[in-house]
Design a protein around this ligand. Sequence first.
Ligand code: AMP
Ligand code: ZN
Length: 114
Amino acid sequence: MSCLFCKIASGEIPSETFYEDGDVRVFKDINPKAPVHLLVVPKLHIQSIAHLATNHGDVVAKIIYVAKRVAADQGLTGYKLVFNVGREGGQVIDHLHLHLLGGWGSKEERNVDV
Ligand code: AMP
Ligand code: ZN
């Protein structure tokens, strides 16, 4: 298994984890673009949203519900959820992940490019 996010999600590589269960790990982005910048990562290796199969609905629903839960735990009342898809979409890590971004103090700060 050579995928970085497979290794982090499984716990083989340590991370600053905010939530974990059998399906998902949420950890801090190493290069945060917002006061709160977490990555919601399924333990199942799926390359991107563009690579979803018809049986992956549960995985996608799960990471969105986990994002909602962790955002609430962090006290965020508003936030952004972002999937980068493919190189042209800004995706660098080829393992599906949902960016959870928030904690801004002003509208200007909120203009993030992840
Ligand atoms: P993306 O551009 O959507 O593929 O996002 C990948 C994200 O993973 C970037 O925001 C990186 O800062 C983040 N990242 C890369 N390596 C690590 C790591 N070892 N631990 C935590 N976050 C990472
Ligand atoms: Zn992977």
